[in-house]
Design a binder for this molecule. Structure first.
Ligand code: GSH
Length: 219
């Protein structure tokens, strides 16, 4: 079995790194620079024509988009480890949360990152530096930030409402690994969990997992 993970420090690839750590699947790790020598190099574009990390090559098949990668790793390695539901209703709920966290929560986070000054964006979520500068050059940037914050607040209420149990699917799963990584990134941009007691408690439970604590330098 061959599994190659392409990532970059402080990037969306951190989600996949957390999922791989949780699974404990042996893999080769290739850390790239963002830009022409790394993510935009001809060698990497042959893996992911979008020039974005994370990407994965499993037994010769290239995969990209963090949500797709989490779902793939979950069904391939997670079910037998008790970290991902088998096909059925639980799998469907897993797909809903993972896809939602990328297309709704991280999308709003990306808009906020683009509207924040340099250095306050946390993991930029794929936003180009040029677009950050452009967004900050006029009042539109402030409006965009306000709109993004409102959207994030509404989405975090959805997450809060989904946490009537210890973890999103009941017991801990890769869904929690994935979604908590995105909430952690929002925290780096100043979106705290204080107004959301269920999220705050859940984040504590997620980050006390040995695999995640190690990544955060706490274990
Ligand atoms: N929607 C993608 C976003 C990936 C993404 O934007 N990655 C950024 C880093 S955070 C990247 O690789 N950028 C490389 C570049 O701009 O050259 C995912 O979730 O995988």
């Amino acid at each position: 079995m061959s599994l190659i993970f392409y990532g970059a420090p402080m990037s969306t690839a951190t989600i996949t790194e957390a999922v791989l750590n949780e699974l404990g699947v042996p893999h080769e790790r290739r850390m790239l620079e963002i830009g022409s020598n790394g993510t935009q190099s001809a060698e990497f574009l042959a893996v992911n024509p979008n020039g974005r990390v994370p990407a994965l090559v499993h037994d010769g098949t290239a995969l990209w988009e963090s949500a797709a990668i989490t779902l793939y790793l979950g069904e391939t390695f997670g079910v037998e480890r008790g970290l991902f539901p088998p096909p059925g209703a639980g799998r469907g709920r897993a797909m809903s949360w993972v896809v939602w966290s990328n297309v709704a929560l991280a999308e709003a986070g990306g808009r906020l990152a683009a509207a924040l000054p340099h250095g306050a964006q946390g993991n930029p979520g794929g936003m180009e530096a040029a677009s950050v500068d452009a967004a900050n050059s006029d009042a539109a940037g402030a409006d965009a930030a306000t709109g993004a914050r409102l959207d994030i607040a509404g989405l975090l209420q959805v997450l809060e409402g989904g946490l009537g149990q210890s973890f999103l699917l009941g017991g801990y799963s890769l869904v929690d690994t994935h979604v908590s990584s995105i909430v952690g990134w929002l925290g780096m941009m100043g979106i705290g969990t204080e107004p959301y007691p269920a999220i705050a408690a859940w984040m504590g439970r997620c980050w006390s997992r040995p695999a995640l604590a190690r990544m955060m330098g706490q274990g």
